[in-house]
Design a protein around this ligand. Structure first.
Ligand SMILES: [Zn+2]
Length: 90
């Protein structure tokens, strides 16, 4: 017989990168494991269910989440494209 099994992956809503388990694996047997893996990788999950990898988010000096396309420049410095920032909900 043919059995189809679902696997869950967490994909960055900005750069479409998958969270992996450090071993190249990007899919997990259930959502909780996948979510936990992303959190361990210091991904950020928003209240509306979006995920952002470490390269695509940071917190500014007011601790406000900033999302953007990260372009790694020198060392740890990350440049964010402000135009990709999501609009604030008033
Ligand atoms: Zn990303």
């Amino acid at each position: 017989m043919v059995v189809e099994e679902k696997f869950i992956g967490i994909q960055c809503d900005n750069c479409l990168e998958f969270s992996d388990n450090g071993d190249g694996g990007e899919f997990f047997a259930d959502e909780l494991t996948a979510q936990n893996n992303a959190m361990e990788n210091e991904w950020h999950k928003t209240d509306d269910g979006k995920h952002y990898c470490t390269d695509c988010h940071y917190f500014d000096d007011k601790d406000v989440l900033v999302i953007g396309h990260a372009e790694k420049v020198e060392h740890d410095k990350i440049k964010f494209d402000e135009s990709l920032k999501p609009k604030q909900h008033e």
